[in-house]
Ligand binder design. Sequence first.
Ligand code: SF4
Ligand code: SF4
Length: 348
Amino acid sequence: MTKWLWTGIKTGKKTTAYPVTQETACGVSPGRPAVTEFDDEDKARAVVNRCPAGALHSIKNRVEINRDNCLNCLRCGSNDIIDDRSSGFDSICSDSTGSGSIGSASVDSDSICSDSTGSAFVDSDFTGADSKDSGSMRWENSYEWAEFNKTGHSLRKSFSGSLNIRILDAGACGACMGEIKQITGPYYNIHRLGFFITPTPRMADILLVAGPLTEHMVDALKKTWDAMPAPRRVIAVGTCAISGGPFGSGFASKKGIEQVVPVDIKIPGCPPPPLAIIHALLLASGRLKKIPGQEKTIPAQEKTIPVQENKIADKGKMLAEQKENKTGQKKNKAGQETKIAEKGKNIK
Ligand code: SF4
Ligand code: SF4
């Protein structure tokens, strides 16, 4: 016990400060490709052909991404990775040293930095920050990946302080569930935000689903959704839950959970990092607002500050007016007293 206490004092607080401040620690996100403009159309077409998931498409020399299909395989972000789409997923392997290889080309383990959280983040050398010339996609080291579905919206304000979350594994490969598991750990610690995992759907406000939805889980998903009290929201975690990913649609699974339940928020990624899942929960609770026309989200509190300032200003005005009125009343009283005194003099 003393040893634990001493270690705690020595190492200090390790929990992420997100969303109060943006997380900058190494290893919190693998990053993802961003829209890129290449020098010529051939380079754009070549990078599109590298994608094993068909998530990229080019318009002349510009390459755009369909995030619902992206598997975060990093193929489009590195020159070290061979330009061979036909090799598919079978050629992706990793050895016992932990370094990964795709096809015949190996990924330099030095270029992937990992920390105690177990995630990997890609540095700018590896991703080709100067991607125009290198023939690889521009890479963003972001983690705020969650976005509202077309019909999705956040819960009412009364839910913003606390949420109960029911997690459902609808046939996930294990990686998405591994990332979800991390959000309750000491580093991400969602309890500090008032978010709690519940084992029963009857107490849940949010349904967090990972996996493409296997046929055997269809009934379980329907029953869970039906048992949840309104208002309720569904978050699809990972490419599988959004679009079926590498599994669906097939004889054993559907093409994402939207075929059975309405999805409010989707988190692209294969798997999405824990901070992306926390970002989705913050959106669902209404604690983060999306700025129209911008990728970024802002704390909802920022919007309310001007209103509070207005109220304070109005109160200040009211007090000043009350003071003026009082001074005026005093003057009137003094004037009346003088008049009475003059009247008394005249009578005398
Ligand atoms: S990361 Fe992989 S799946 Fe995603 S767009 Fe690039 S090549 Fe395609
Ligand atoms: S999205 Fe990727 S990590 Fe998540 S369940 Fe599907 S294959 Fe696995």
